[in-house]
Design a protein around this ligand. Sequence first.
Ligand code: BG6
Ligand code: MG
Length: 222
Amino acid sequence: MILKPQAIIFDLDGVITDTAHLHFLAWRQVANEVGIAIDETFNDSLKGISRGESLQRILQYGGKAGEFTPEVCAQLAERKNRLYVHSLRQLTVNSVLPGIRELLMTLREERIPVGLASVSLNAPTILQSLDLSACFDFCADAALITHSKPDPEIFLAACAGLGVEPQQCIGIEDAQAGIDAINACGMLSVGIGTGLNGASLQFPSTEFLTWPCLSALWQHDK
Ligand code: BG6
Ligand code: MG
């Protein structure tokens, strides 16, 4: 039996820090400006989805798919990003979700490699604001990814960067698209939040996410 996972791979938005809400506020404003109203429930379907694809989903939701040229779409996505990046100024070292910093420190002590699999192009800046960059051994580069979650591409890139096999790793996600991506590459999946299907283990919030729980999941499944 293999006693420890080869790596733990984290999503960022909604797992490490609550930027999911900031994404929502920025999209809500841009959507409003083109006459589309979105709410938090719809926003759940954008979690783990790249900026460009999120815009397309919003336009489709508002019955405006195909109404804007690629240039205007690029401007809308850029405007959303400016609003979002501005809101990131409020992030501090205290914006890390409960239990996450402690878990990352324990994984260091246990010598378990840690990876990041976020499709956000802002991920490196966010980790810096949280003073967590040094806790990650490898962060997959979202700029090199062609498919958003639920495609497993970003998780496979994180595994490749760490030099580990997906089947020997645990992935942690707050979005259904993310759980599907983790499962698609044969990793064990841990879900954060409610309403997720198919996670190997699920917690209502990050404060319950501890190394003993992850270790128990590993021993049970492997
Ligand atoms: C994901 C978020 O982590 O990153 C999505 O869950 C977001 O909501 C995506 O659209 C891309 O983020 P960014 O920062 O590159 O616009
Ligand atoms: Mg997320």
